[in-house]
Design a protein around this ligand. Structure first.
Ligand code: ADP
Length: 401
């Protein structure tokens, strides 16, 4: 106001409104400027918060991709054309037991010229490359390797899908088929040779009686093998149907059933255990386990005793079958649960063994979530231990279809 009154004293009256107007206009434009600045600031703030939202979204997507890559059971590498590793996921570092592969060459980390050539070929041709490779380091493994280029860039993506277990299973299967064929061919060859001899000498009564008895024995052997193969195959392919199974009763009745056989060999056969011990298990399969274990103990013991103990231990049941027989030398122990593995083929044959008994036991016990172990030394007897979870034991099973 002071400014206005001085101006009023010195300036003619008509000039005053123009000056005031100008001042007010200046004020008004100042306010407009201030408003515009405020608006721009608000826009800026809005953009900023949108940008930080986008950044957070991008971060969470990046985290999800990282988590995905880290969780994969496939090894994933990203590398440049040389090829130097730019990224490796968890499986990749585990597979080659290399702590921090980033910045190293593919060859230094994997020690595989084949893998290095595959990646280089992909970078040079820009075409997808794939091959099944064998790695010698750090353990022997096989994997399906696939390399492809970044669509508009120079980086190479590489995935390795491990096939070690798959190939091992294939080998086990082919070995198994070869073993079965061999096991079947041996008695079949014997039967054929005897039948041919009898055909050549039709009048020889003594030979006829002797060979017919052998032919019947070989046919029985074939039936035993076929039977054990069916049991093994059923145990492998069907999920276990568990019910309340009185495991103590199962072993007690098998001991009773095999009592006469032990008695004939002059062996003492004893059972120790509670009268009732119900676990969640398949009763028919448990009977099979009991028969195979106790029968083996009797077969491979020429004097002394066979002792069967069933006892609860926490949330498990421990079954022990101890004999005073021939025992098993330490070099055979790791293999006796393999299909058709026998320490002494001749002895196994003479006792009617098929070489499948222990693998059936192992399969059934493991399918029930249990474990089977053996302690043995040559000429000092053997003890087989089975541990089974009690499970949510329900009502005892009434009958097994
Ligand atoms: P088999 O039908 O030949 O008995 P198994 O699979 O039951 O086949 O057993 C595999 C091999 O383990 C047997 O051939 C035998 O050499 C050995 N074995 C199993 N149980 C005993 C035992 N209680 N004492 C000594 N050797 C045993």
């Amino acid at each position: 106001m002071a400014v206005l009154s001085i101006v009023a004293l010195t300036v003619p009256a008509m000039v005053v409104p123009a000056v005031v107007g100008a001042i007010l206009a200046a004020f008004a434009s100042g306010i407009g400027f201030q408003r515009r600045t405020l608006g721009a600031r608000r826009d800026l703030e809005r953009e900023r918060s949108r940008a930080s939202l986008l950044e957070a979204k991008l971060d969470s997507q990046r985290n999800a991709v990282d988590l995905l890559a880290e969780g994969l059971e496939i090894a994933v590498f990203l590398c440049d054309a040389r090829p130097i590793i730019l990224y490796a996921n968890r499986k990749a570092t585990e597979m080659f037991k290399f702590e921090n592969p980033v910045g190293r060459t593919m060859l230094a980390v994997t020690l595989s010229y084949d893998l290095e050539s595959l990646v280089t070929a992909c970078a040079q041709t820009r075409e997808k490359q794939h091959a099944e490779l064998t790695f010698a380091y750090p353990d022997e493994r096989t994997a399906l390797a696939e390399a492809w280029m970044e669509p508009e860039g120079d980086r190479v993506f590489l995935s390795l899908y491990e096939t070690t277990d798959l190939r091992r299973l294939e080998r086990v299967r082919t070995d198994f088929v070869a073993n079965v064929s061999h096991e079947l061919r041996t008695p079949l060859t014997t039967i054929r040779a005897m039948a041919e001899t009898l055909q050549d000498e039709p009048g020889n009564r003594e030979l006829l009686d002797r060979y017919l008895a052998k032919i019947i024995a070989e046919v029985d052997r074939l039936s035993l093998i076929a039977n054990d193969l069916l049991i093994l195959s059923a145990a492998e392919s069907n999920p276990v149907r568990k019910h309340g199974c009185n495991i103590a009763e199962v072993f007690r009745s098998v001991v009773q059933q095999l009592g006469p056989k032990a008695h004939d060999k002059g062996l003492k056969l004893e059972f120790t255990g509670p009268s009732d011990l119900v676990i969640e298990a398949n009763q028919a399969q448990m009977s099979q386990v009991a028969i195979n274990l106790v029968d083996n103990a009797i077969n491979y013991t020429s004097e002394g005793s066979v002792e069967v103990v069933v006892q609860p231990e926490g949330d498990q049941v421990v079954i022990m079958v101890r004999d005073t027989g021939m025992g098993i030398a330490s070099e055979h122990l790791p293999r006796i649960f393999e299909r058709f593995y026998r320490v002494d083929k001749g002895r196994s044959r003479s006792t009617g063994g098929t070489g499948l008994g222990l693998s059936i036991i192992k399969h059934i016990v493991e399918a029930h979530g249990g474990q089977v172990n053996v302690q043995s030394a040559l000429n000092q007897g053997s003890t087989f231990f089975i541990r089974l979870p009690v499970g949510h034991a329900s009502e005892p099973e009434i009958s097994e279809a």
